[in-house]
Design a protein around this ligand. Structure first.
Ligand code: KG4
Ligand code: ZN
Length: 343
């Protein structure tokens, strides 16, 4: 007879990381193999979908075997298979979904369909169990949203970006500065050495509601750099980075603090690739210190990885949410957007 221990094999292939993990009881990472493709995409300045899916196909079996070996588990020990089925690049998602369905079918295991953003949020479980109701600020390459979670497995978007995601903005701004993709971590490093001297706009900071906009900040930054090039003016790279980062972080922190006044969260979760940002972590921690407990995933679980998919899969396993073997990739999978109360 199988023990009651949950042992989930998890797959993540939504973008440019091929990852397979083994997670015990939702919180203990036994293995988390991540094969990154960043080098292949760098020369194009961003992710090329066809190149990404080809790499996933090459890497998925290698990551799977390595994860099982590192975790020292066999297929017979597993309780379920979790997989990201959206949102993301369709060709990339399909590689993970097909691998997960194959293992689930061959070994008679339940298949757990995980939303990639739920995965980012549940990475917080590696720090401590989540207390509900909770609020999450999700900041990644493709998403910027405030997610209200009244209970386990319930997600409602109360605010989101109307244009560019904050990670995408970091990458574009970094590209303008001549930095390699993905530029977020380098802009973050430079910003720590500079001063906020450029007065870039804080879009929608004073507007009601919790939506964000980063395209104005991006254009303002690019225009300033191009103008300087035309007039042969030398701009300080570190001050540029610091000014951009201050503008982006100001808006993220202000909106989140305001949302916490309206929504009675027990915890605030900072999630997604940009959650690794030093200034965002520090500023958010001090801004909400008297309001709510802030939980941030350890930096190695902020970027895309299968461990977080295993953590989210465990929540589905607990509630007996399963997918059939006809599960398909859903590139535009979204949480529900709720109507806000009048302000
Ligand atoms: O969550 P993620 O790994 O992939 C998506 O699901 O999009 O996020 C990747 C994004 C990239 O845009 C990257 O530049 C950004 O996260 N990023 C950062 C930092 N580390 C990663 N942005 C700002 N500061 C960082 N330290
Ligand atoms: Zn992600």
């Amino acid at each position: 007879m199988k023990s009651k221990t949950s042992l989930i094999l998890a797959f993540e292939t939504s973008c440019d990381e091929t990852s397979v993990a083994v997670i015990r009881d939702g919180r203990k990472v036994l293995a988390n193999e991540v094969a990154t493709q960043i080098k292949s995409h760098q020369r194009f300045g961003g992710v090329v979908p066809e190149v990404a899916s080809r790499h996933h196909i090459e890497q998925i079996t290698i990551c799977l075997e390595q994860a099982l070996q590192t975790a020292q588990v066999d297929y017979a020990d597993l309780s379920a298979v979790a997989v990201t089925y959206g949102p993301g690049l369709v060709g990339s998602l399909l590689v993970g979904v097909t691998a997960a369905k194959t293992v689930a079918w061959a070994h008679h295991l339940p298949l757990l369909p995980v939303n990639h953003i739920a995965g980012h949020i549940y990475a917080a479980q590696f720090v401590q169990p989540i207390k509900f109701p909770a609020m999450a600020l999700v900041v990644s390459g493709g998403h910027t949203e405030l997610v209200w979670m009244p209970a386990e497995n319930q997600f409602e978007i109360i605010g989101e970006t109307r244009d560019d995601a904050v990670g995408e903005t970091y990458d574009k701004v970094g590209r303008t500065m001549g930095l390699a993709y993905p530029a977020g971590p380098q802009v973050d490093q430079l910003a720590q050495q500079g001063q906020d001297t450029f007065a870039f706009p804080r879009a929608m900071q004073d507007e009601a509601g919790y939506d964000f906009s980063f395209s104005g900040l991006k254009s303002s930054f690019i225009n300033r750099v191009h103008h300087a090039e035309q007039v042969h003016e030398q701009l300080s790279q570190v001050d540029l980075a610091a000014s951009f980062q201050a503008a982006a972080v100001d808006v993220l922190v202000d909106k989140t603090v305001r949302a916490l006044h309206e929504y009675p969260a027990q915890q605030l979760i900072l999630a997604g690739g940009v959650a690794a940002n030093h200034e965002l972590r520090q500023r958010l921690a001090s801004a909400v210190a008297n309001q709510v407990r802030l939980v941030m995933a350890p930096a190695q679980f902020c970027g895309d990885n299968a461990a977080m998919i295993g953590a989210a899969g465990w929540m589905l396993e607990k509630h007996q949410v399963r997918a059939d073997l006809d599960l398909n990739a859903n590139p535009s999978l979204e949480f529900e957007r709720i109507q806000l109360k009048k302000h």
